[in-house]
Every structure is written in structure tokens, then in C-alpha cells.
Design a protein around this ligand. Sequence first.
Ligand SMILES: [Zn+2]
Length: 84
Amino acid sequence: MRDLDRLARLAPGGAPDRPLVIDTPPLVDVMATAASCPLCGGSFRLDEHAAETIDGRRLRIARVTCTVCGMPREIYFTLREQLQ
Ligand SMILES: [Zn+2]
């Protein structure tokens, strides 16, 4: 379980320093609920869509919970325009 959790953090979007790049903020909601749980393959329920600054980067964070096993996860996104 711990290893799988660590793998999830290494995946794109799994940590603040490797966010998924998106074009518009609504894609956060779409992609977060389209992702599947790394532990059980279940789908996520979006609990919160937050905008935060971490280490000087403006990030969008989707806080989700697996609807099957209940594992909470945070998925990090950054807007493409902010990379330029
Ligand atoms: Zn799950």
C-alpha cells in the first residue's frame, strides 16, 4: 500500500513539482474525475478544486477521494500560460 502510494506521487500530477499541464481551469475537474485510483482502479469523487501557490508556482489542486477504497489523493495542475 505504501509503495503504491509512493508510485502515485511519482506519477504526473502526483506532487507539486510535477503538475499536469492544462489549458483552462475547468480541465482540473474533468481530469480529476476521469483519473482512476492507483490502488484499486476505482474512480474519484472531486471534493475540492483549490488554487494555491507552492514554492512560487501557481498551482491548481484537485482534492479527490476514491469512491471504492476511500483513499484521498491530491492531483496537481498548472496552467500552460503560466509556464511562459
Ligand atoms: Zn481506490
